[in-house]
Ligand binder design. Structure first.
Ligand code: HEM
Length: 223
């Protein structure tokens, strides 16, 4: 099956998916950095992040389906999950598949969030940041519309958004670390160690006194 409609749909949904994916990454970074206000509290940011990510996945689903259904290009369903198996533009479709696989891991770990350790969920979620530039490279390299001025400006806006979000996130994390170090209580030394330390200094002091008194001192005291 092939028709210009499928091709247009692949291109349009690819661009929309990238924009929504950019918004997802930006909102994720904002949520994680806990920058919030009364008008836009943390739970609202989280909910928006979740919904926008679902919308991105929906557009991505259509993007992938139309690209595979379009028999003008030979991609095949296997290439949707196994990178570099597409007959059409093997390398750059493969890069899109790598981004999609990383996104699937992020989505799956979020579905299982309450059943897996928080550290495991967080580690997998970092793949979200990694998959974004991979998806961007796929879009730039393979897209028909990449040379259109409006697509170029949209790409620049996407890069600026993610760069600003990542920088804000890194800045806030660095500030937290500094505040945590400043607020850390003085180290607690166990009592036994204090007693041992005191005895050692007492013995050392006694030894110094004994040495400074010399052998004559004890002789002077003897009758
Ligand atoms: C995170 C995943 C992905 C994102 C965000 C994404 C996004 C994009 C974008 C922005 C374009 C450029 C559209 C244009 O300028 O014309 C594009 C093109 C394309 N993508 Fe994806 N894509 C992803 C994954 C995939 C996968 C897994 C496949 C196939 C299995 C695929 C197949 C294609 C094809 C065939 C084109 C070329 C369409 C054309 O002829 O212009 N993409 N994609």
């Amino acid at each position: 099956m092939t028709s210009p409609a499928l091709w247009y749909a692949t291109r349009a949904t690819g661009i929309v998916a990238l924009v929504l994916f950019t918004a997802t990454v930006g909102l994720g970074a904002l949520t994680a950095s806990r920058v919030q206000s009364h008008a836009w509290p943390g739970f609202a940011q989280q909910e928006l992040h979740r919904r926008v990510s679902l919308l991105a996945i929906a557009f991505l689903g259509v993007h992938i389906a139309t690209s595979v259904l379009d028999s003008f290009v030979h991609i095949g369903w296997v290439a949707v999950v196994v990178p570099f198996t597409s007959r059409y533009k093997t390398a750059w479709v493969g890069v899109g598949t790598v981004a999609f696989d990383m996104m699937q891991a992020v989505a799956l770990s979020s579905l299982l969030r309450h059943r897996i350790p928080a550290t495991a969920w967080r580690s997998v979620h970092w793949l979200g940041y990694l998959s974004w530039p991979v998806a961007l490279a796929h879009g730039i390299a393979i897209g028909t519309d990449g040379s259109e001025p409006w697509v170029r400006w949209l790409t620049v806006a996407c890069v600026a958004t993610v760069a600003a979000a990542a920088a804000a996130r890194a800045l806030v994390t660095a500030r937290w670390r500094r505040a945590a170090v400043a607020a850390a209580p003085a180290p607690v030394v166990p009592t036994t160690r204090l007693v041992a330390r005191a005895s050692r200094s007492a013995l050392a002091t006694a030894a110094v006194i004994a040495a400074s008194a010399g052998p004559g001192a004890s002789q002077r005291r003897s009758p």
